[in-house]
Design a protein around this ligand. Structure first.
Ligand code: SF4
Length: 194
């Protein structure tokens, strides 16, 4: 097949996709007490809306910003109550795209830190690469500054590998956010096996 016919995800300009323009504050799903969205037992919030349009997206329905239902204070209280279980390691943000739903994600992460400090960790997936996020809007950088682990980059069918930990294609990285921000370069999660 000629390479020009191979569909690829979209590439936004810095600041092109703004949460305040795009987010409808909808969520596709909430999955408490799961073992697959990061390390340990986790509570996972899947926000609605993503413009990367990766061919082969694992959750294509959630690309629609109006998919699912509105995020509510009641759901946030439920998530915080679920996180209070001692066996829960932390919160995971997925989508859709968490970084174009920063109103929802920042509200929840701030509430988590207020109640649990750093006794619970926060993982997030994003279609943005780390370098792209470094050029992004203040709300995205604020969310990044408040999370522990970031799985970055689009899903690329040509690099699909189902044997990888917590990611679908080999271009994606599991990044230790706080170490990366402190050193100014991407530091990979120190528990990476593959
Ligand atoms: S970034 Fe994630 S949610 Fe968005 S289209 Fe790609 S795989 Fe789907």
């Amino acid at each position: 097949m000629p390479t020009e016919n191979i569909k690829l995800p979209k590439n936004p300009q810095p600041g092109e996709w703004r949460s305040e323009d795009l987010s409808q504050k909808y969520i596709a799903s909430y999955k408490p007490f799961n073992f697959v969205d990061g390390e340990g037992v986790r509570c996972s919030l899947y926000v609605s809306g993503c413009r990367f349009a990766c061919p082969g997206c694992y959750n294509a329905a959630a690309q629609n910003f109006r998919y699912g239902k509105p995020y509510t204070d009641e759901l946030q209280e439920q998530i915080l109550d679920d996180l209070s279980q001692s066996y829960v390691q932390g919160l995971t943000l997925l989508g859709g795209e968490p970084f174009v739903n920063t109103q929802v994600c920042l509200q929840l992460v701030d509430a988590l830190r207020a109640r649990f400090g750093h006794t619970k960790d926060v993982w997030s997936w994003t279609g943005y690469t780390w370098d792209e996020l470094m050029q992004e809007t203040p709300d995205k950088l604020e969310l990044l500054s408040k999370i522990d682990i970031l799985v970055d980059g689009r899903f690329l069918l040509a690099k699909k590998d189902l044997t990888l930990q917590f990611r679908g294609s080999s271009n994606q990285r599991i990044i230790d956010v706080q170490k990366s921000l402190a050193t100014g370069e991407v530091v990979i999660w120190d528990k990476l096996v593959k």
